[in-house]
Design a protein around this ligand. Structure first.
Ligand code: SF4
Length: 404
């Protein structure tokens, strides 16, 4: 089929096949891809509103046994640079988030063999006890699988237990590209196969949770595999309807074992627009300004994105791989309004919460990103001694209280 015929199909709202999407991604002029994606955005989100959320991205540990070769964030078990946040650290981060008008933590971390399921349950319960209305958008599918293996409980039971402890929704991290050939090359097949990732999301949706879906592109995948990833997400969404949003970001190569070069800004915009066209059953597309920078992030709003994601109070993972962009609420709103849209705050369900907080009251400007352990803090939070360790390194550390 020619590009013109496929474009007509998109304009009339017909679903495109994988082959048609691939043809568009590879050959359609960038301006045409943008027009088509923008048409879909405007149809789905009439009224010219672009949303954002005030939440905080917290990485509770960087100790990880998965060792994905694209990751610059993790430290192996026993590393002197490994950390686990204490419950008090998390409470302080929540207090700071509330101070700037936020209501949610995005909580993700490494696959730390020395943090049992009970640690997560206790943390979630402690958060909910102190902050009953505060939301926990936590633990991507590979972390859930890790906990399932660690606790020897099936995934649905782990999800049920986490929900009972206070889990509100699941972030779509760890999807990378949902094709096992790619996952083997990225050393992330072991943490979750494509089917396993999809299966966690299926169970989460069945359990009543809403989740997001992501894609990290620009490593070793082919164009066709990038499209296959989108088609897999679309198929699950047809079945369960549980995805609220899709977020694509480009691989950040600095300080990673895989190395290589980063995809370009045009590739990002073409990928985003193609995703907007393929994912005809997912309502929201986020702009990934955290990896692309504010300017390309703003351009995303003309290529299918209707959401600017989260203000960035803290970031550890992308920064470890060399990218460090920071925008607080005032800056996000400036970018949205300058692109001709009305800026509205939302929650994880994409319900509109209202106008920008900083227009109502004074909030501290955040012109620098915080880090997970910005103020140092003890190497081993005291409550860790309450939980059994598995690794020799952690057993020794917990016995003498020197490190996590
Ligand atoms: S991407 Fe996640 S699972 Fe993979 S090594 Fe990094 S922290 Fe571990």
């Amino acid at each position: 089929m020619t590009i013109d015929l496929i474009a007509d199909k998109v304009r009339t709202g017909e679903r495109v096949s994988a082959d048609e999407a691939l043809e568009l991604y590879r050959r359609a002029p960038t301006a045409l891809l943008g027009q088509l994606a923008d048409l879909i955005r405007a149809r789905r989100h009439p009224g010219g509103v672009v949303t954002y959320i005030i939440d905080r991205n917290v990485n509770y540990t960087n100790v990880c046994v998965a060792k994905c070769n694209f990751c610059a964030f993790y430290r192996p078990v026993g590393s002197a640079e490994g950390y686990v946040l204490g419950f008090e650290d998390v409470f302080r981060k929540i207090d700071e988030t509330i101070e700037v008008g936020g209501g949610q933590l995005l909580l993700q971390g490494g696959h730390n063999p020395d943090l049992p399921l009970a640690w997560y349950e206790d943390l979630f319960r402690a958060v909910k006890e102190r902050y009953p209305d505060f939301k926990l958008h936590a633990l991507s599918p590979p972390e859930v699988i890790h906990l399932s293996r660690l606790s020897e409980l099936p995934v649905p039971e782990v999800i049920d237990r986490l929900i009972a402890a206070g889990l509100d929704s699941i972030p779509g991290g760890g999807a990378e590209i949902l094709v096992d050939r790619v996952r083997r090359l990225l050393h992330c097949y072991g943490k979750a196969t494509a089917d396993e990732w999809i299966d966690v999301m299926r169970h989460a949706h069945r359990a009543g949770l809403r989740t997001t879906a992501t894609m990290m592109y620009g490593t070793v995948e082919t164009d066709a595999e990038r499209i296959e990833h989108l088609i897999r997400l679309r198929a699950l969404q047809d079945e369960s309807g549980g995805f609220t949003a899709f977020i694509a970001w480009s691989y950040q190569p600095e300080r990673t074992e895989l190395a290589g070069t980063e995809a370009t800004g045009i590739d990002y915009l073409r990928t985003l627009a193609t995703a907007r066209i393929v994912l005809d059953n997912i309502d929201n597309l986020q702009a990934s300004w955290v990896t692309q920078g504010g300017k390309v992030g703003q351009l995303s709003l003309a290529f299918g994105a209707n959401d600017m994601g989260s203000v960035m109070i803290e970031e550890n993972v992308v920064r470890a791989a060399g990218a460090s962009y920071c925008m607080d609420e005032a800056e996000i709103v400036r970018n949205i309004e300058d692109a001709g849209f009305a800026a509205k705050r939302r929650n994880m369900h994409y319900d509109i919460l209202g106008d920008p907080v900083f227009r109502d009251r004074d909030v501290p400007r955040m012109l620098e990103l915080a880090t997970a352990r910005g103020d140092g803090g003890p190497a081993m939070p005291s409550e860790l001694r309450l939980y059994p360790a598995r690794s020799q390194a952690a057993k020794a550390a917990r016995a003498d209280g020197t490190a996590s």
